[in-house]
Design a protein around this ligand. Structure first.
Ligand code: ADP
Ligand code: MG
Length: 547
């Protein structure tokens, strides 16, 4: 590759002007564009086969030989360790969609690739990239408007709707067989922790703790009305369970504080020694008395608990746990309605949280503390079980999607049906609208519509259906008035997807279009790729290669 920009000559044509570091490589114009297009299309092609319930999973092996089996778009892209700069932008799309709405990552990547592929056709016909960019911009705005037009308002607290939404997000996953149970769990959890302000709901995902443990089967997965912590009871003499628990949540060490200054204490006779130790003992016993007086029968402590204190606590019949993570303390406070107290002197009865049962239980080889049966808890735990580590890992990822889509709908209660129906509908209406535009813009809008249809086409292809027939039939059914006609991948036919209960949040569909368009535009605008030289062999480098 020439380094034309790096080395221009002065007006006299004598002294070369060097503006870039030696070894920098530059790809310009069509070559740069084509490189990026190829890379993006490749990533799209890899992801296509995993879209939808009939999509395949990917097995990813990292440099250490660790295996991940997943269908989750964001995870696939993350584990692939993509190097090409344009392809990396696709990873970013997936990540941002995943963070914001939790589902639709595969679709976003496929749509980006499709937009780029259709743009390539136009570039081949000598349409200027900026015209395509403008057309895509227009088309995306119109598409969003059309989507909003068909969105169906729902009652945000309708558990069945939330469960259907959650179930759809899991259809394509390893856990699909158990999706009714997992969907019900996610809907219940989201409804329970949602906070209402005015007429809208907000969900802080931190209030749902997802714990996993290989063993048992996915159907053993449970929603716990409280919090599970990966800790043991500190002292063997303490009760293994406490019913009607009054829980002191302490962020203070139950120990005698070591002084900052080192002091020397001279003890000359055994009596003195004894009284010194007695004094320490007395102080520690006083701590326990103080706790006990409030009526607490469980102590959950963020800091350490001295052996002597443990002894007195055990004698008082109090169950205690120490060195609990701060994040767990926050959740415990929300679940038990207690208050985390930083000074034992301040502890009162009002600060105690309550739970029907606090118990240490064996989960496979570990001992965990279950704080459950909390009344109206604002933080909960989902305990995921499954046959093997890989199964629980994938179940956890699927649970993330399920919780996120339920959250999406409770926060913005508008839904659409899936199965490629909304994409096909939007494509159809976009084409109609394109006819009102000038010739040049039309081309890009048509390309945009074609790209949208990649979603139903890919769903159909993955289910073994004919792509052309699929599109023709969806179009004909939709133009007869059924806007939810889409791909029924299990029935292998075109059906009313809304009636099938395959529902998705509108925000997911919106974000897929928004982010895919954004990245496609960003890639189309690039006509110059300047890459720093790669460090010499041997030194580890994360620099992107150019081709
Ligand atoms: P993404 O990462 O984009 O969410 P998925 O593999 O989860 O990818 O597939 C999502 C697509 O599958 C959506 O378009 C959704 O409507 C569709 N889908 C899910 N379940 C069904 C179903 N039972 N029938 C038809 N389409 C479905
Ligand atoms: Mg999904």
């Amino acid at each position: 590759m020439a380094t034309m920009a790096t080395m221009a000559t002065t007006a006299q044509g004598e002294i070369p002007v060097i503006i870039l570091r030696e070894g920098t490589r530059e790809t310009k114009g069509k070559t740069a564009q084509r490189n990026n297009i190829t890379a993006v299309k490749l990533v799209g092609n890899i992801m296509k086969s995993s879209l939808g319930p009939r999509g395949m999973d990917k097995m990813l092996v990292d440099t250490l030989g660790d295996v991940t089996i997943t269908n989750d778009g964001a995870t696939i892209l993350k584990e692939m360790d993509i190097q090409h700069p344009a392809a990396k932008m696709m990873v970013e799309v997936a990540k941002s969609v995943d963070n914001e709405v939790g589902d639709g990552t595969t679709s976003a990547v496929i749509l980006t690739a499709a937009l780029i592929e259709k743009a390539e056709d136009l570039l081949n016909k000598d349409v200027h990239p900026m015209l395509i960019v403008e057309g895509y911009d227009l088309a995306s705005e119109k598409a969003l408007e059309l989507l909003t037009g068909i969105g169906i308002k729902v009652d945000p607290t309708d558990k069945d709707v939330l469960a259907s939404i959650a179930k759809t997000s899991m259809e394509s996953k390893l856990v699909s067989e158990d999706s009714p149970l997992l969907a019900k769990i996610s809907a219940e959890a989201i409804l329970q922790v949602a906070e209402k302000s005015d007429e809208t709901y907000k969900v802080d995902m931190d209030n749902i703790k997802v714990e996993k443990k290989a063993g048992g089967s996915i159907s053993d997965t449970r929603l716990i009305n409280g919090i599970v912590i990966d800790k043991e009871i500190v002292h063997g003499g303490m009760p293994k369970y406490v019913r009607k628990a009054n829980i002191a949540l302490l962020n203070a060490a139950l120990e005698i504080e070591k002084t900052e200054i080192s002091a020397e204490i001279r003890i000359s006779d055994p009596e003195q020694m004894k009284s010194f130790l007695d004094e320490e003992n007395r102080m520690m016993k006083a701590m326990v008395d103080k706790i006990s007086e409030t009526g607490a029968n469980v102590v959950i402590c963020q800091k350490g608990i001295d052996d002597v204190v443990q002894h007195y606590l055990a004698k008082a019949g109090i169950l205690a746990v120490r060195r609990v993570k701060e994040s767990d303390m926050v959740k415990l406070a929300k679940a038990t309605k207690g208050r985390v107290v930083t000074n034992i002197e301040d502890l009162t009865k009002e600060d105690l949280g309550t739970a029907d049962l606090v118990e240490e239980r064996k989960v496979e080889t570990d001992k965990w503390i279950f704080i459950e049966g909390c009344r109206d808890p604002k933080a909960m735990t989902i305990l995921i079980r499954g046959g093997s580590q890989r199964v629980v890992d994938e179940a956890e990822r699927s649970m993330h999607d399920a919780l996120m889509v339920a959250k999406d709908v409770i926060e913005r209660p508008v839904i659409v049906a899936g199965g490629g129906a909304p994409e096909a509908y939007t494509a159809w209406k976009l084409r109609e609208w394109a006819n009102t535009l000038s010739g040049r813009e039309q081309l890009a809008v048509f390309a945009f519509a074609d790209a949208l249809e990649t979603i139903p086409v890919t769903l159909a292809t993955n289910a073994g259906m004919d792509p052309i027939d699929t599109l023709i039939e969806i179009r004909s059914k939709q133009s007869q008035g059924n806007k939810w006609a889409g791909v029924d991948v299990f029935g292998m036919k075109i059906a009313d997807i809304y009636r099938k209960g395959i529902l998705e949040p509108l925000v997911v569909k919106e974000l897929i279009i928004k982010s895919a368009t954004e990245v496609a535009i960003m890639i189309l605008r690039i006509d110059d790729v300047i890459a720093a030289s790669r460090p010499k062999e041997g030194s580890r480098s994360r620099e992107p290669p150019m081709e």
